[in-house]
Write a new protein. Structure first.
Length: 131
């Protein structure tokens, strides 16, 4: 899977280098990754990388208590929630600037869902300690 991530990254970000290295046409290279890039607008074939980066950031945020010895305290929950908020805010700002979906309503919906996620993180992190 890591090899595919590297191949996908190189194909959509460093396209000329990949074309020279493999000796194939642009259409052939895009065909190799189109099952991932077809969902996005033509100007943002790399957006799947942004989603994977967001997912990794959220997994790291959720794993903070375990990385700090498994102790679930108010401090570790605040740190975890803070990192999650930063990841979600960065994702929202990237979404607003890149508008990766082909239809405007999809971009607005993604911003709305990211905003809802941000609203849910803080109250849920503060109520976890009382459970």
């Amino acid at each position: 899977e890591i090899c595919f991530l590297v191949y996908y990254y190189m194909a959509v970000v460093h396209t000329p280098r990949m074309l020279r290295a493999h000796g194939i046409t642009y259409q052939r290279l895009m065909r190799r990754v189109d099952y991932i890039t077809d969902r996005w607008a033509m100007h943002a074939p790399w957006w799947q990388l942004a989603i994977w980066l967001r997912q990794v950031g959220l997994v790291v945020a959720v794993s903070i208590p375990e990385m700090l010895g498994g102790e679930v305290s108010d401090t570790t929950l605040c740190i975890s929630a803070g990192i999650a908020e930063v990841v979600l805010l960065a994702s929202m700002l990237m979404q607003l600037s890149a508008t990766p979906y082909p239809y405007a309503f999809q971009n607005r919906l993604e911003v709305f869902l990211l905003g809802c996620s941000m609203l849910v993180v803080v109250p849920s992190s503060s109520s976890m300690n009382s459970v």
